[in-house]
Design a protein around this ligand. Structure first.
Ligand code: ZN
Length: 273
């Protein structure tokens, strides 16, 4: 789709070293020196997949918007239905498709002012492993990363967001991002289910803890196929998803060209709260 490779050795992949653990979580991300404390047989090589669309504005092209989705899901498990393959069509193949299509849409139009980094993260479902590795090994400076937008589960409409083509943004009230996007025509509302704490449940939160305004765009309406083998492509509403991707592309263009979002007072999350 016309992006530049910015991963390891100027490729499309950032190697993410993982290790199998005995703890509550099956995998841990190995960051730097800890590698040799894990036995060789326990190590697993994984990757984040990334590409960059360089900005055109001399003053803004060295600022970055990070657009993310996660390409992992929960894997293969025994299930009473007999279907052991958890495809994760909505969670989060829909977000990965959005990532690719947003890149294509932006590439087809005028170059954005800021640069846009697209990352398909690994290991979200087992503790944001790919994101945590990325943040320890960013390919663009974190201090120049002005916003992060995560795309999660946009494959089916959510009536509480207003139905087909409409989405919600986690942590909407925490920063200027939501109002800025909505005022410019992006059909989004605040997360209608704050009790679910979705703001804290995807890759955006790791960026947000570092102070980068970071939110997740979603249309998940608590369908019962969540983390089930029945989260299949046959249940995706493509008309809805296409509309949301078009809105998400507009959102990314606004973030790349417009004022940089800032936290409202008290909006930036603090670890442990
Ligand atoms: Zn997800």
């Amino acid at each position: 789709v016309g992006l530049q490779p910015v991963g390891d050795s100027a490729g499309w992949f950032q190697r993410v070293p993982l290790a199998r653990t005995q703890g509550r979580r099956p995998l841990a991300v190995i960051i730097d020196a800890a590698a040799d404390t894990f036995p060789a047989g326990s190590r697993v090589n994984d990757v984040n997949v990334m590409g960059m669309l360089r900005g055109s504005d001399p003053a803004l092209r060295d600022e970055f918007i990070v657009v993310g989705a996660h390409f992992d899901h929960v894997g293969i498990r025994e299930h009473p239905s007999g279907d052991s393959i958890f495809n994760g069509a909505d969670d989060d193949a829909s977000g990965v498709i959005a990532l690719i299509e947003i890149a294509r849409v932006l590439r087809a139009g005028p170059a954005p002012k800021r640069s846009v980094l697209f990352v398909a993260f690994t290991g979200e479902e087992v503790g944001l492993l790919g994101t945590n590795y990325y943040l320890a090994h960013p390919v663009v400076p974190l201090e120049s990363t002005v916003a992060q937008l995560q795309i999660e589960m946009i494959g089916r409409p959510d009536s509480l967001a207003g139905g087909p083509g409409r989405a919600w943004l986690t942590g909407y009230e925490r920063s200027t991002m939501g109002d800025m996007l909505a005022a410019s025509g992006v059909p989004i509302v605040a997360d209608p289910r704050p009790a679910e704490r979705f703001f804290y449940r995807s890759d955006n939160i790791a960026f947000a803890y570092l102070g980068i305004p970071a939110h997740t765009l979603s249309t998940f309406g608590l369908h019962t196929d969540y983390h089930q083998p029945s989260d299949d492509v046959s249940r995706i509403d493509f008309e809805h998803m296409t509309a949301v991707i078009e809105s998400a592309a507009l959102a990314v263009r606004l973030l790349a060209d417009g004022p940089r979002p800032v936290w409202h007072p008290g909006g930036r999350p603090v670890r442990g709260q």
